[in-house]
Design a protein around this ligand. Structure first.
Ligand SMILES: Nc1ncnc2c1ncn2[C@@H]1O[C@H](COP(=O)(O)OP(=O)(O)OP(=O)(O)O)[C@@H](O)[C@H]1O
Ligand SMILES: [Mg+2]
Length: 360
């Protein structure tokens, strides 16, 4: 097992500045997920850790050893890619054993490692089959098996599940998490899927345009996003953002929305900018109840859209000229066109400075 330290890492591809000063410490044994929109530099960062891309400026150390000039094969890293090319003319056993044979490992040791990896992945019955005789999920397990038998100190995954259908992806996600608990190695996992990031990670590293936007435990990022960008990236259905202007007259503080409507907002700090963005997650926006807490913010709106999912129902209304989604219990849904009394607790709302994007 090993820890990874990255400091001051920069990388250009031609004129494009892809990594713009990455500083990151990954503790031993942790499951870290690099997440961010397409093109933000996740794969480049992962490939640089693996040694497949050169460090242009900055330093990478693994277990305290400087890696900048160490060849990929000498870094003791196992990597699983999205396109897990298996050898079509080798059976599953030989596909998993391939890297070990290349290293001239004794036959008995190869057999033991392949057998034990296959058991761990539940593919013992498939060892004689060829890749074309496997389902997508089974192929992905073989690719992971190839990484496990290496007994590497560090596992890197680059979107390993994105070729699978949704159900299989859920299943494999659980298996990868279990695998991490079983073999207890440091893992770095790249995805642009925020659900995958939330469910897998001990710690999420959220990237944006070549920089790290925020690092933290999944629920920390979800509940206390440092920026508007982080709040918008994590969560499904997405957080609702409402732009408005803070008006303070005497003890009354209200947020005037773009369409001129106002909602009362207790406890706005006087140091806040005049214009703010209110962020409220659908789960915290619900039907107004009889009992009323002083932190409640209430408003009535016409239902525009109803989307049942089974366990919960998503209701869309308009607020400040924008769609606002509330997640409510399926049993309490109304009809399109009905007026609904909605409320949220101010303490569950997030506030952002539109000028900087920072949380207030
Ligand atoms: N070999 C290359 N040559 C030139 N540009 C590259 C190269 N590899 C990546 N890039 C560019 O660097 C940027 C970051 O790419 P990268 O593959 O790291 O993104 P990513 O975050 O993994 O995105 P995705 O989620 O789509 O896989 C992109 O703008 C990409 O076009
Ligand atoms: Mg990528």
């Amino acid at each position: 097992m090993s820890d990874v330290k990255i400091s001051g890492l920069h990388k250009h591809f031609g004129a494009v500045h892809v990594l713009k000063g990455i500083d990151l410490e990954i503790p031993t044994g942790e499951f870290t997920v690099l997440v961010g929109p397409s093109g933000c530099g996740k794969s480049t960062l992962l490939r640089t850790i693996a040694g497949l891309e050169e460090v242009e400026q900055g330093e990478i150390t693994i277990s305290g050893q400087r890696m900048n000039d160490v060849r990929p094969r000498d870094r003791n890293i196992a990597m699983v890619f999205q396109n897990y090319a298996l050898y079509p003319y080798l059976n599953v056993f030989e596909n998993i054993a391939f890297g070990l044979r290349a290293r001239k490992m004794p036959e008995s040791e190869i057999k033991e490692r392949v057998t034990s990896a296959a058991e761990m992945l539940g593919i013992t019955g498939l060892l004689e089959r060829f890749p074309r005789q496997l389902s997508g999920g089974q192929r992905q397990r073989v690719a992971i098996g190839r990484a496990i038998v290496r007994k590497a100190q560090l596992f890197l995954f680059d979107e390993p599940l994105s070729n699978l259908d949704a159900q299989l992806r859920d299943e494999m996600r659980g298996e990868i998490k279990k695998l991490h608990q079983t073999i207890d190695v440091t893992m770095i996992y790249v995805t642009h899927d925020q659900i995958e990031a939330m469910t897998l990670a001990d710690r999420i590293v959220l990237m944006r345009e070549g920089r790290i936007e925020q690092v933290g435990a999944p629920l920390d990022l979800y509940e206390r996003p440092a920026t508007h960008f982080v709040a918008g990236f994590l969560g499904s259905p997405k957080i609702n953002f409402v732009h408005g202007e803070v008006l303070i007259s005497g003890s009354e503080q209200v947020l005037r929305l773009v369409d001129g409507e106002t909602i009362s907002l207790p406890a706005i700090a006087s140091t806040w900018p005049k214009n703010i963005i209110l962020g409220i997650r659908p789960q915290y926006l619900g039907l107004a109840s009889e009992s009323r807490s002083p932190d409640d913010v209430r408003f009535s709106r016409i239902i525009d859209l109803i989307q049942p999912t089974g366990s919960r129902t998503y209701i869309t209304v308009k607020l400040g000229g924008r769609d606002l989604v509330a997640e409510i219990e399926s049993t309490s849904r109304g009809n399109v066109g009905d007026v609904l009394d909605l409320s949220f607790n101010r303490l569950n709302a997030l506030f952002f400075d539109p000028a900087t994007g920072r949380a207030l």
